[in-house]
Ligand binder design. Structure first.
Ligand code: F0G
Length: 444
């Protein structure tokens, strides 16, 4: 029996070791055996304990979060698929592309992995109320986990600027949903004032326990790859916590000897909400000027990201880059991911748009292995998808900036619904025409 197996190990014991100086010899002597950890995490997959069934708490040996595991609030988050994306790989010009689909979490976004950790802390510390400001996914996740824990939640969201699917979730899970007539950055200001005056537990991404939970997809990813490390991991950038959290996860695994090296972690922002991209261009990440953010990828419509310094550190330590994607490029990438049968919300699609640029710039070569993080489920923002396929999303001036090949790809991808009389002859005639057209396109 390994010292940390069986009933949950004392939390923090191993994590204390992990977070100390990376090369201290006395530490290395106390580090757990990496093969034993791998074996233990694999074993837990067959367990019926809810703690083991969670793709976050399965890795609890590295989570300095709760004192007592009875306080854990879980919806069996994590355990998300790693999909092969051969068609998107070919489009980007590489041989090997996988998507870690964090949209397959219980509330449909990557936020669940952090929220299970932070809500468990709120519950353990006896808070009655929790609150966050959000572009929609954090609020959906927080509301769900608060409801599971029997806590009350308050959500601040920018009015009219979040996708309907996300708004409906916070109402469904019983949150007090406050739509403020401002943007995300304005919501954060009001929230900061609120938590100063009332005993409310703040669940924004600056909450350190959220980062702990959000590092676990890094563990899961390399476990799914049989402990191989891809050369590149690409994440979308909004408030800039996710890249930093994954970076922490990879660094801990390297320190423990679970992996020999860390991947290069790169971040892609929407061109209309690109403060990190600008900061890297202007000062190599030393200074960040907030911007007024505007993008249809509403999840990452953030002009003043809270965790930018942490992300700059990760970019520097892993050798990653930052790119930006225009509205047209995001829409095209999203449609290409959808056409591969995967689907994602617009913010997630910036990763593929950015990958195309990294390859075109010669930064990522054909043989390098790439994992993109798809952060949200396609049904989060179905209005965006419907508008795109009806040809109502992109304005002429946005399409005018596209290369001819990109315009042709948009045309080929559009799948507007067809409205027909419910008459067999009419339907058959229409289908025949369309099937012949599709066949002739294939023959060309
Ligand atoms: N992708 C999705 C789907 C998101 O919801 C977010 C952030 C991001 C990417 C960016 O991650 O902030 O760690 O850089 N959504 C937050 C929210 C801001 O309130 O739901 P990040």
């Amino acid at each position: 029996m390994y010292p940390w197996s069986g009933t949950p190990a004392a939390p923090g014991s191993l994590s204390g070791i992990v977070s100390r100086g990376a090369n201290a010899p006395s530490d290395s002597a106390r580090l757990p055996n990496p093969s034993a950890l791998r074996w233990l995490w694999q074993e837990r997959r067959t367990s019926t304990l809810s703690l083991d069934q969670s793709g976050v708490w399965r890795f609890r040996d590295l989570l300095p979060v709760v004192k007592n595991f009875d306080h854990v609030v879980t919806l069996r988050e994590g355990n998300t698929p790693l999909y092969e994306m051969p068609r998107c790989a070919a489009i980007a010009g590489i041989d090997w592309l996988l998507a870690k689909h964090q949209g397959m979490n219980p509330t449909g976004s990557f936020k669940d992995t952090g929220m299970t950790a932070a809500l468990s802390v709120a519950s353990e510390r006896g808070f009655e109320w929790v609150a966050c400001a959000s572009t929609g996914n954090t609020s959906a996740a927080m509301a769900a986990y608060a409801a599971r824990a029997g806590l009350r939640s308050i959500v601040f969201i920018p009015e009219g600027k979040i996708a309907w699917g996300k708004l409906s979730q916070s109402m469904d899970y019983g949150a007090l949903t406050v739509q403020l007539k401002t943007d995300f950055d304005g919501c954060v200001k009001i929230l900061t004032e609120l938590v100063r005056r009332f005993p409310i537990y703040l669940l924004n991404s600056v909450n350190p326990y959220r980062l702990e939970g959000q590092k676990t997809p890094a563990f899961e990813m390399v476990e799914q790859l049989e402990w191989q490390v891809p050369e590149n991991v690409i994440v979308p950038g909004g408030n800039l916590a996710n890249g930093a959290a994954l970076g922490k996860g990879f660094a801990e695994m390297k320190h423990l000897g679970l992996i020999p090296r860390v991947p290069r972690i790169s971040v892609v922002q929407a061109a209309g909400a690109n403060p990190l991209y600008r900061a890297m261009q202007d000062s190599n990440g030393d200074r960040l000027e907030p911007v007024v953010a505007e993008t249809r990828a509403s999840a990452i419509r953030i002009g003043s990201p809270a965790s930018w310094k942490k992300t700059v550190e990760i970019l520097r330590s892993t050798g990653g880059w930052v790119e930006q994607a225009t509205e047209q490029e995001i829409a095209l990438a999203k449609a290409q991911i959808g056409a591969e049968g995967i689907g994602c919300e617009p913010a997630s699609a910036v990763t593929l748009a950015g990958l195309k640029k990294f390859v075109a710039q010669g930064k990522i070569t054909r043989e390098e292995r790439v994992v993109i993080l798809l952060t949200g489920h396609t049904l989060k923002d179905s209005e965006y998808t419907i508008k795109y396929h009806r040809g109502e999303l992109l304005h002429d001036d946005e399409l005018a900036g596209a290369a001819p090949s990109e315009r042709a790809e948009h045309t080929a991808l559009l799948r507007p619904p067809v409205v027909l009389e419910a008459d067999v002859d009419v339907v058959l005639r229409e289908l025949e025409t369309r099937m012949n057209a599709a066949r002739s396109i294939q023959l060309v």
